[in-house]
Ligand binder design. Structure first.
Ligand code: DQA
Length: 154
């Protein structure tokens, strides 16, 4: 099942619209390999993000399905101000997601919770990096926060 959450802040302040897009297995954050990905669920982290960035209209979408991620990129990619994308393992396999990012107008920042360069060699290559504005790797969940801060400051 896909997960969708939106911030409650937007009524009062929102000027900027940012989507956080998480790919496969990231719905298991908090219980999945906690030594690598930590013990916090993304839902609880998303609550923190909404409080920290009241001026941003934040939306969170997670899917385990490549096509659903592509559909979401198409849906928001001509109207939102930024997309923070952790495509999970599709990072290392999906030309289709790379093409979707290349085809939209909204800039995308790639985030990885773990330092993929310290891990298996199949995680070292990202099909998405070349079509993203930049990448934040290995800084845990803080990477999402840094990406939002970058969108706010540009
Ligand atoms: C990940 C790294 C990927 O290699 C892995 O497949 C994930 C999570 C990360 O956030 O560190 O699912 O994107």
């Amino acid at each position: 099942m896909d997960h969708l959450q939106t911030s409650k802040n937007k009524e009062n302040f929102a000027t900027m619209k940012i989507l956080i897009l998480n790919g496969p297995n990231l719905n298991l954050l908090g219980v999945r390999e906690p030594d690598i990905y930590g013990r916090q669920t993304f839902e609880s982290f998303f609550g923190q993000l909404c409080s920290e960035f009241p001026e941003v209209s934040l939306e969170y979408f997670q899917s385990n399905h490549e096509g659903a991620l592509i559909d979401k990129l198409h849906e928001v990619g001509f109207t939102y101000d930024g997309i923070v994308c952790n495509a999970g393992a599709y990072t290392h396999t999906s030309i289709a997601i790379a093409d979707a990012i290349a085809g939209i107008q909204t800039p995308v920042v790639e985030v990885h919770i773990s330092n993929v360069h310290k891990r298996e060699t199949f995680r070292h290559h990202s099909y998405l990096a070349a079509v993203c504005a930049g990448s934040i790797v290995g800084l845990g969940l803080q990477g999402y926060k840094l990406a939002i801060a970058w969108f706010l400051q540009r």
